[in-house]
Design a protein around this ligand. Sequence first.
Ligand code: AMP
Ligand code: MG
Length: 358
Amino acid sequence: MNINFNVCLLTFFLLFLTACQNKDPSKGLYQQQLFTFGTLIDISIVSDNSEQAKRAIDIISSEFDHLHTQWHPWKNGALGQLNKKFYDASSSSDTFTSPPSVIKLIQDSQLLSEQSNGLFNPAIGQLVKLWQFDQIENENYQFKIPDPEKIQQLLEKNPQMQDILINNEKITTNNAAIVLDFGAFAKGVAIEKMMSILKDQHIDNALINAGGDLKVLGSKNGKAWKIGIKNPAKTQNPSEKAIIAAIELNDNETLFTSGNYERFFEFQGKHYHHIIDPRTGYPAVGTQSVTVLTEDAALADAASTALFVAGPKLWAEIAKKMNVQYVMLISDDNKIYLTPAMAERIELLTDIKPVIVK
Ligand code: AMP
Ligand code: MG
């Protein structure tokens, strides 16, 4: 791909990173950046009605803030309170309640977890907490490999989403190790909600981009939304290109990437990252990034995490079980694996020849 195109893509990203609020009347493109849900979220709305766009963004902003607290595993919202009850439970007959939005997160992720053979497993909240990657932005953060015995104890207790039973909105579990962490799922569910808010506000053309996880509505002035996909190798080697591929998204399509560069720590020459293999209790090995394209952001979020853990050998089988057709996986040894459907659509900006896996 030529340099001009790369410059275009970079400009596209830089545009997102500039002014917090910007209305371009000639194109009717209204853009705003929010910091919410623990991340920067770029919203682009194609509309000549800036009042309408502003109103929609305000609603989205407060909804994202609300959901962030409600669905955070440790803050004092609905999920944090439920996790506390799980921790404090004295027996398996204890019964808990939680608001419908949390019940739905549990139920939807139970199905996806089962389809992924447990590789996407929000029930490993205790394991995730041991690794403390959520603390990485804290000033006093110090990386530590968790005590292997603690990891082993949790693995033996084998917390699974299927260990949670829901009956008439009452929650019970017979597994004392259950703690829920929806870090691999909540952003997808939230983006679906934001898109329905946009539709309710009569916005037909928009893009919501939460740090490279995104969904589009309609088009950008009649043209498909063109998206650049980050090159994971850039983290290790700054001379690498920033963008490894480009893809055009049509109305309602969503693109999610799980990458080993998102939250990580280099320690004694090893790269430790935030995506945990529930089979080993350690960061998943074999993958640098997985990109999934679907129409359902919740599915895309769960699947990108699951396929990351599945790695170069198992990903195609799990993708079929989860019903995702469009996948790109970049392995630790810099191979690019594509499903046939993804190979038809993606534009690779590298000389690496992809391996197409049926
Ligand atoms: P993502 O970036 O969507 O792949 O999600 C990663 C986040 O999900 C981590 O920061 C953890 O909070 C959580 N997580 C880590 N490993 C898993 C896993 N195997 N299944 C479900 N959630 C996970
Ligand atoms: Mg995910």
